[in-house]
Design a protein around this ligand. Structure first.
Ligand code: NAD
Ligand code: DAU
Length: 359
């Protein structure tokens, strides 16, 4: 029995999509280093958000292969699956930033909906007569549930009610994954996670954008009145949760992942400013003076908060890092990786920034 199990484990060929991005790079590292018997393939188109510098430390590992490619390119994807015969997919590749989805919704429909369908088709074509020991894991977001009022939590049974083009595209991709399960017997799991933060996050999202602006003493653009609420999770804890769901989650089920950690944007920004003042040896209060209230995001969701009790009780997962520790480690990472930050904020980033904030 043990022998058979080991044989199955050693035959695992896992395709991780979007592995050069923020969360994907932490998931790739976790799987490559924890499971030397698995073969891990990282498929990424290297858009503005994909960065192989995120994976320098593991790129020469024997069980790791990088493949540059676009998930919407169906001929390429079909051939790749036919050749490599991946036993499992962990799908993270996506357009992921809400503000960009407001500016260019079609790009989100293409990658997030069509790209997911191309992967589903390729996986189905390969394994539909032999689903045993195969798994398609779709990594999704809590934004599919829409917005909460001042109270309540998103559970796995909350109705989908997406508000931004990004959220609508992720909701649609979740529906297609479910539909492949119902219609073709696809063995799938889905997780819907709250806001991540941590090392390697592209500085278009709130926390790394504000860290970079504080370093550069630039204005901190808080949307609307700043009273929007998000539930923050350290990215390494998300990677651990993905490992748990991948290995012990039940087929056709959904798992909500969150930090039990709600913050109003303005309160979070003030804590960030204070921690940065201390680390940069600036006078307390200096960075808070950079806070600037700007025009609100259209369709801005008021509040996200996850009930993560299902994954906690059924899969024994809970966040291991407190927000204070995680934020401190995140700031330290950006301060110690100024070259990474410089690389990703040169060139096209400046054009994006001007369009988004200096219009
Ligand atoms: P990211 O934008 O940092 O990375 C996305 C990666 O996907 C990049 O490496 C990019 O090059 C790649 N990619 C984009 N289009 C592609 C295509 N057509 N073909 C192949 N690769 C492509 O995103 P992230 O924040 O790491 O999010 C990863 C996943 O997790 C996404 O599916 C997102 O919806 C989900 N998620 C993110 C968060 C969060 O807070 N960041 C929270 C919950 C869920
Ligand atoms: O909830 C999960 C989602 O979290 C993920 O699915 C998305 O991929 C991820 O981008 C994130 O979405 P948000 O829109 O919540 O994250 P963002 O960092 O863009 O914004 C967080 C909050 O901060 C939100 O209320 C908007 C606000 N904000 C953001 C930016 C970039 C500002 O006030 N100013 C800003 O400049």
């Amino acid at each position: 029995m043990t022998h058979i199990l080991n044989k199955q484990v050693s035959q695992k060929k896992i395709l991780i999509t979007g592995g050069a991005g923020f969360i994907g790079s932490h998931v790739v590292r976790k799987f490559v280093t924890t499971y030397p018997a698995y073969k891990i393939y990282n498929l990424d188109a290297l858009t503005y958000a994909g960065n192989l510098e995120n994976l320098r430390d593991i790129e020469n590992q024997d069980n790791y292969t990088f493949i540059k490619g676009d998930i919407t390119d169906d001929t390429f994807i079909m051939n790749l699956f036919e050749t490599e015969k991946f036993t499992d997919v962990i799908h993270l590749a996506a357009e992921s930033h809400v503000d960009r989805s407001i500016a260019d919704p079609l790009a989100f429909a293409k990658t997030n909906i069509l790209g997911t369908m191309v992967l589903l088709q390729a996986f189905k074509k390969l394994w539909q007569d032999d689903w045993k020991n195969k798994r398609f894991y779709h990594v999704s977001t809590d934004e599919v549930y829409g917005t909460l009022g001042e109270s309540g939590l998103f559970t796995e049974t909350t109705a989908y009610d997406p508000n931004s083009p990004y959220a609508a595209s992720k909701a649609s991709s979740d529906h297609f994954v479910r539909a492949y399960g119902e219609t073709y017997g696809l063995p799938y799991v889905i997780s819907n996670c709250s806001n991540n933060y941590g090392p390697n996050q592209f500085p278009e999202k709130l926390i790394p954008l504000f860290i970079n602006n504080i370093i550069e003493k630039k204005p901190l653009p808080v949307y609307g009145d700043g009273n929007y609420t998000r539930d923050w999770l350290y990215v390494l804890d998300h990677a651990i949760a993905i490992d748990k769901v991948f290995h012990t989650g039940v087929n056709t089920e959904t798992y909500n992942i969150g930090g039990f950690n709600e913050w109003k944007n303005i309160d979070l920004v003030k804590v960030l400013c204070d921690q940065m003042d201390e680390k940069l040896s600036r006078t307390k209060g200096e960075s808070q003076k950079l806070i600037t209230y700007v025009k609100d995001r259209p369709g801005h969701d008021l509040r996200y908060a996850i009930d993560a009790n299902k994954i906690k009780n059924k899969l024994s997962w809970e966040p291991s890092v407190t927000f204070e520790e995680g934020l401190s480690q995140t700031i330290d990472w950006y301060l110690n990786n100024s070259i990474w930050l410089k690389h990703v904020t040169s060139g096209a980033y400046k054009t994006y920034y001007d369009k988004q904030y200096n219009k």
